[in-house]
Design a protein around this ligand. Structure first.
Ligand code: PDD
Length: 299
């Protein structure tokens, strides 16, 4: 089979991105009634795919969506699609909607989900973001509360985040952060936040209105490897502006130092702990990939 560089697979049917079409009656399109995950690969290993698939299944369970494969089958399925591409580093998004049917909200119809997998060559953000830092904006917008729509459900309904993002974009921000009703910072539109104060990494608590990012969890696990402590603690904009170092985390962008939050700026070349952590994170990626090579579904 001729190999291509990018593809979209809809229910396993592979097409060129420009030919991939989904029904206008799809519930993801109509209501954001969908769930998704994003990761990237390093040398043909999809990073933390098991953790992403686990979270996808948790999201499905929380919205009463019935998936058609079990976790192992889904992982095999994703790799069987990846094999059609001849590239080491891909961006991968899997999105599953409740399916298509008559316009309406019943959970009984439609009965069959639509599963879309996007795979493209991975394009990293500009390297200057890692060396010079990125600008962030803390909006006054509340992150959806758990009672409204738990941010731990990684749903296709990101209007909350899109609105916050657009607000920050008007301030030239790379990422916007949302708050809770105490004006404590929760998370970014597509990332989690950490600050460093007096040698300690601080991140908003897991029971806040946040997605418990996979990168966030890894950082909490590896921080002791560089001799640092991590605590989960609420903080507002003023406290954040008093931090020694600030950075965001996500699967595709890893660790991005922040050089400005609502007018307060930092020289990120002095972010010594963020730098050490970034090195430790890179080592973790290598370890993960080495160990995944052994059970790689490619073989
Ligand atoms: N976003 N918070 C939100 C709201 C997110 O959408 C994401 C991920 C994160 C970070 O999670 P993780 O470390 O598991 O990637 C936090 C992905 C990258 C996206 O939407 O593209």
């Amino acid at each position: 089979m001729t190999q291509t560089k990018e593809l979209v697979a809809i229910n396993g049917h592979i097409s060129k991105p420009e030919d991939a079409k989904i029904s206008v009656f799809d519930r993801g399109f109509l209501f954001g009634d969908a769930i998704y995950e994003v990761t990237r690969s390093y040398g043909r290993i999809l990073f933390e795919l098991e953790a992403h698939v686990d979270r996808l299944f948790k999201s499905a369970e929380q919205i009463d969506m019935r998936l058609q494969m079990n976790k192992a089958e889904l992982i095999g399925h994703i790799y069987s699609i990846y094999k059609k591409l001849d590239i080491d580093n891909v961006f991968m998004r899997i999105q599953i909607s409740r399916g298509q049917g008559p316009i309406g909200m019943s959970g009984k119809i439609p009965q069959s989900v639509n599963e879309v997998i996007y795979m493209y060559p991975f394009v990293p953000i500009d390297s200057s973001y890692y060396t010079k830092g990125a600008k962030a904006f803390v909006t006054s917008r509340l992150r959806n509360s758990k009672r409204a729509l738990d941010p731990n459900i990684k749903s296709g309904n990101y209007l909350n985040n899109v609105m916050a993002f657009i607000e920050g974009e008007k301030q030239d921000a790379f990422e916007s952060f949302m708050v809770n009703d105490k004006n404590h910072i929760t998370e970014g539109c597509t990332s989690n936040i950490f600050m460093v104060k007096n040698g300690v990494f601080i991140t908003p608590p897991s029971d806040y209105d946040i997605l418990q990012g996979i990168t966030r969890k890894i950082i909490m696990k590896i921080a002791p490897r560089i001799g640092a402590k991590v605590t989960e603690e609420g903080f507002d904009l003023k406290t954040l502006q008093n931090a020694d170092e600030v950075f965001l985390t996500s699967s595709t962008r890893e660790i991005v130092p922040i050089n400005n939050v609502n007018g307060r700026s930092w020289d990120v070349s002095r972010f010594s702990l963020t730098k050490k952590l970034t090195e430790a994170y890179k080592r973790y990626i290598e370890e993960y990939c080495e160990s995944a090579q052994k059970t790689h579904p490619w073989k």
